[in-house]
Design a protein around this ligand. Structure first.
Ligand SMILES: Cc1cc2nc3c(=O)[nH]c(=O)nc-3n(C[C@H](O)[C@H](O)[C@H](O)COP(=O)(O)OP(=O)(O)OC[C@H]3O[C@@H](n4cnc5c(N)ncnc54)[C@H](O)[C@@H]3O)c2cc1C
Length: 310
């Protein structure tokens, strides 16, 4: 939900304090501290919700007051523009981090790390989540993005998702086709609703084998990706019939910098922050890459990273 209107943050905070803990509301929050890019502007406020009733009330209030809001997972696929986000960033508190295994199903709340869910699955001898074990981010972000790697994607294992409408009025469950899971997309990108938890259907297999596969994939990731520098992973979606990284490399852009942002010399699909990049640097480099690749190959690269703010 976006709006041009300046929000009255003081009066909004007073209203939020009626049902949220004082320490769970922060104003003027630097989003560089909450995103893996370690860059970007400030959000007008951040509110951490600890329970579903709190989430529901907050969504009711923000809808009533017509205040733009976004839910933040682990911030590993978001870039907030330097002008900031004139709205409320909602974060899910600790009670949304639970992961449970029962028979062949893992139930994970949206705030849990994908890696924690994959580890829990492995410990219960449940296979199917290995592909995701090294994807940074939360279950909510992973479902929203239909995150994938090494020939696997969330779509392969999601049994059902519980969500709440963006105005907080209704909780519901969805499964299968209704989730509209496609390449890095889901129904939640269209309806703006909030994922509360997800169930994953897995298969009983040997624990040692699962663990070995996870280790192997993590080693591949560490070898091929610039994991020691801030980034948001692959910056662009894979255009049909191509690989974004290869197009960028073949355009001669590997290693190119704009300010503190650089096309990773290790993996051209990644834009990395070399320490002092602004969101503007990152976005300028993004446009330069898009224009060059389009001129050379006639392919339009679309960002996979969610770009937010002014
Ligand atoms: C080093 C690195 C490697 C990566 N490798 C991969 C990879 O192999 N494969 C891959 O797919 N991605 C990869 N990514 C990108 C990222 O990790 C995934 O997109 C991840 O799923 C994002 O999860 P998040 O919790 O960080 O989401 P965020 O970045 O916090 O949010 C992303 C979007 O999801 C929405 N969202 C988050 N939580 C919820 C919720 N509960 N309900 C509704 N919407 C929600 C947000 O509003 C936002 O629009 C990588 C990133 C990095 C930094």
């Amino acid at each position: 939900m976006e709006s041009e209107k300046q929000i009255d943050i003081e009066s909004l905070c007073l209203k939020m304090k009626e049902f949220l803990a004082f320490e769970n509301i922060k104003t003027n929050v630097s989003m560089s501290e909450y995103t893996s890019f370690r860059a970007g502007g400030k959000a007008a406020a951040m509110a951490v919700v600890e329970t579903i009733p709190e989430l529901r009330r907050l969504l009711n209030l923000l809808t009533q007051e017509k205040v733009p809001h976004i839910i933040l997972g682990s911030g590993s696929n978001i870039l907030v523009k330097d002008g900031g986000y004139n709205g409320i960033v909602i974060k899910l508190g600790r009670s949304f981090h639970t992961v449970q295994a029962e028979e062949n199903v893992i139930t994970a709340f949206a705030g849990a790390k994908i890696s924690a869910a994959a580890k829990e699955a492995m410990e219960h001898g449940l296979s199917g989540m290995e592909f995701a074990s090294g994807i940074p981010g939360s279950i909510g972000g992973g479902v929203f993005m239909n995150a994938g790697a090494y020939d696997g994607e969330m779509k392969d294992i999601i049994l059902s998702v519980r969500a709440i409408t963006s105005d907080g009025t209704r909780e519901y469950s969805l499964s299968g086709e209704d989730l509209m899971l496609g390449y890095r997309s889901s129904v939640f990108q269209k309806n703006g609703d909030i994922i509360i938890c997800a169930e994953f259907q897995l298969e009983k297999k040997d624990k040692e084998m699962i663990s070995a596969r996870m280790k192997d994939l993590m080693e591949r990731r560490n070898r091929k990706q610039p994991v020691n520098l801030p980034s948001a992973g692959s910056f662009f979606k894979r255009p049909e019939g191509y690989f974004a990284g290869k197009l960028i490399q073949d355009s001669g852009l590997k290693g190119l910098s704009v300010g503190g942002a650089q096309v990773s010399p290790l993996h051209a699909g990644f834009i990395v922050n070399n320490g002092n990049a602004t969101a503007t640097d990152i976005l300028k480099l993004m446009r330069l890459i898009q224009n060059t690749v389009f001129e050379k190959f006639g392919v339009r690269l679309e960002p996979e990273v969610r770009i937010l703010g002014d």
